[in-house]
Design a protein around this ligand. Structure first.
Ligand code: MIC
Ligand code: SF4
Length: 650
């Protein structure tokens, strides 16, 4: 029987397990990436494994999230990352080189390979025909050490693209349409494979915009075929020899097929406060806009930026709009500087930001109170921008540019301008001098092997956890609703600088939801009372940050009982020894209140024997059945108190 692209890549990388949807399989990982906000903890954990060098084919450490450097903390982290990279044979991408996903696509992404990244938008690599997945840092550390990555063998949905995009409609509108169809929940365990005649009309950077935001639907990843367009992109990046053709067999089968007609799409936006809150731009047209931010790993390719520059050429930013542009990589910025686009942007009044995450993660460019901010990034969770009551709308670069001119939400088709046709260049500007390749002596770092690891005062040891106790006995310390994101659990923004300092960062757990949580949880922990989190559907949406499990672990959280979990977060909970339990009857969620005394007797034995589990709510006097759908491997990790306790010396 013929295979689809997902099956071709996964089966070629299968280490163990049955390639049957729903079964846990182990996959060999060819490439890894980290970024600085998740990277310090990843490498501290890698060091704790006691290996001499990385074993993956290629490992890259990017610095793109924390480049603001107010205080010594970020700079200390960067230095730690640079020295640890030199020691273990990791390519180091210096601050200023660009956003990890954009740069990885440009310089390292290869069709047919697997990539595991300590960042949820790693699926960007699917644009070039690879299986690229986000994971917690500890899983990435294991993969760097040559260990496999465990996933549930996915169900595959073919997204059959037909037609072609109309002027002023772009890749962002395709993925917003997908979010309208699939929403942000209920897609765990799926991979989206794009196919159909419409694929050939999309360039690799456009495909990457689409696979990037697959993360917002909660799918394991998204992937495009590797075809003539992929070859053209790799050739333009000077890497044509890395191209292989990768197409689905003509008789390939899928678990589901959904057709999207590109010709019928219109400019869309995701309204506050969820990427799934999709509506046509025309529905909100006329709304005054106070801020426009163009960039992020979703929409900061050269073509995106040049199109914006052409739309704005000879025009000025509306006086009420604060307008910033963050080109996705140094390659993009270099090209904009050389072809005159940068001048057009500056003429228009753009504030040029560093090639980094910046505004997207809320560590700069927070909007004014209550402001409407149009952004080309991928997440608009409440407060993520750094301003709690800001109204953030996700849009395409074209829609963003239209608002820069008019000061209002404007469907770009209504600007009355000729559509600037911009094609992907035949040759990108290639200069790898901001990478430090292991083994190469540079002015700024020592050679591989001889490196001494630098640890500033911001770098702490990763905290340890004890094995799971025989019973969990404590309190429902917090009860939260549906679609709780990791930005609610462990906010980033200004707090990013505490990523390497878990005791400090942990004092902010759940702060956007309940400022008293961290202190209450720590007091319980110190009194020997276990903390339990009660949650609704889709718990742990959004980022891959393992701190959303690690910091609760540090505060003595032993279990989360939810209606459902998102993929990366549930893996992180297990990795840090927190038991994820789901309600057998979702309505039982109503039978637990914050502060209730809860006991889960014999949890160790129940997990080991796969016996039924019930939670005694001693305050309400009820017993609530819950379940743990875990593999034997996951149970072993939980019993040990976390993955690090089981993998030293992998
Ligand atoms: C994000 O977009 O939320 C981040 C910041 O890139 C995170 C990683 C992190 O929290 O460091 C992600 O997407 O995984
Ligand atoms: Fe950076 Fe934003 Fe992309 Fe996360 S989503 S990697 S913060 S640009």
């Amino acid at each position: 029987m013929g295979k689809n692209i997902v099956q071709k890549i996964l089966d070629a990388h299968l280490v163990s397990g049955e390639p049957v949807p729903g079964q846990e399989v182990a996959i060999r990982i060819d490439q890894t990436l980290t970024q600085d906000a998740t990277g310090t903890m990843t490498y501290l954990q890698f060091e704790a494994m006691g290996l001499d060098a990385v074993k993956a084919e290629l490992a890259v450490s990017y610095v793109d999230h924390n480049t603001i450097q107010i205080g010594f903390e970020n700079a200390d982290d960067h230095r730690y990352l640079q020295t640890v990279a030199a020691k273990y044979g990791i390519i180091f991408s210096r601050a200023g080189n660009g956003i990890c996903h954009q740069v990885h696509l440009e310089r390292f992404g290869r069709p047919g390979k697997t990539l595991l990244g300590a960042d949820s938008h790693t699926p960007t690599g699917g644009g070039v025909g690879m299986i690229a997945m986000g994971a917690g840092g500890l899983d990435v550390a294991v993969a760097m050490g040559g260990g496999p990555f465990y996933i549930t063998y996915p169900k595959v949905c073919l997204i059959k693209l037909t037609g072609r995009l109309q002027p002023w409609v772009s890749a962002k509108d395709v993925i917003l349409k997908m979010l309208e169809i699939f929403s942000t929940k209920g897609n765990v365990g799926w991979i989206f494979e794009y196919g159909g005649p419409g694929v050939a009309t999309l360039s690799v950077p456009e495909r990457a915009t689409i696979t990037n935001m697959g993360a917002e639907m909660g799918v394991t990843t998204s992937v495009f075929p590797s075809d003539a367009e992929t070859r053209r992109f790799l050739a333009a990046q000077g890497r044509e020899e890395q191209w292989i053709e990768l197409l689905a067999d003509p008789d390939a089968t899928y678990d589901k097929i959904v057709e999207v007609d590109l010709s019928s799409l219109e400019p869309l936006t995701a309204a506050p406060h969820s990427p799934g809150n999709v509506m046509p731009v025309r529905q909100v047209a006329g709304m005054p806009v106070q801020q426009v931010e163009i960039g992020s790993c979703t929409n900061s390719s050269y073509v995106d930026m040049v199109r914006v520059a052409r739309i704005l050429k000879g025009r000025r930013a509306h006086p009420d709009v604060s307008f910033a542009v963050a080109p996705g990589s140094r390659q993009v910025l270099q090209m904009l500087a050389r072809d005159g686009s940068l001048a057009s942007l500056l003429d228009a009044g753009a504030r040029i930001m560093e090639s980094a995450c910046g505004f997207c993660i809320g560590n700069s460019q927070s909007p004014p109170s209550g402001a409407v901010s149009l952004r080309t990034n991928n997440r608009n969770f409440e407060g993520r921008s750094g301003t709690k009551d800001a109204q953030v709308y996700l849009v395409s670069p074209e829609t963003a540019a239209a608002a820069v001119i008019t000061g209002k939400f404007t469907d770009p088709r209504d600007l009355g301008l000729a559509y600037p046709q911009v094609d992907m260049p035949e040759r990108f500007f290639i200069d790898d001098s901001m990478f430090i390749f292991p083994g190469a002596r540079s002015e700024t770092g020592p050679s591989a092997g001889e490196a001494e690891i630098y640890r500033g005062p911001n770098i702490g040891e990763p905290p340890k956890n004890a094995p799971l106790p025989a019973e969990i006995k404590g309190q429902a310390t917090i009860k939260v609703g549906d679609k709780i994101t990791t930005d609610h659990i462990m906010p980033a923004g200004q707090l990013l600088k505490y990523r390497s300092n878990v005791p400090k960062y942990a004092t902010y757990v759940f702060s956007p939801v309940d400022e008293t949580f961290a202190a209450r949880a720590a007091a319980n922990r110190d009194a020997g009372i276990h903390n339990i989190i009660i949650a609704g559907e889709s718990y742990g949406q959004g980022s891959s940050r393992e701190h959303a499990a690690l910091c609760p672990m540090y505060l003595g959280v032993k279990a989360v009982i939810a209606k459902s979990f998102e993929r990366i977060h549930i893996a992180n909970l297990i990795n840090f020894g927190i038991v994820p339990l789901t309600f057998v009857n979702p309505a039982d969620y109503d039978r637990i209140q914050t502060g209730d005394e809860l006991v889960i007797p014999d949890i160790r034995a129940a997990l080991g024997e796969k016996a039924p589990i019930s939670v005694e709510n001693r305050t309400q006097g009820v017993e609530i059945p819950v379940e743990a759908n875990l593999s034997e491997r996951q149970v072993k990790i939980l019993l040990a108190g976390g993955l690090l306790n089981t993998v030293a010396g992998v």
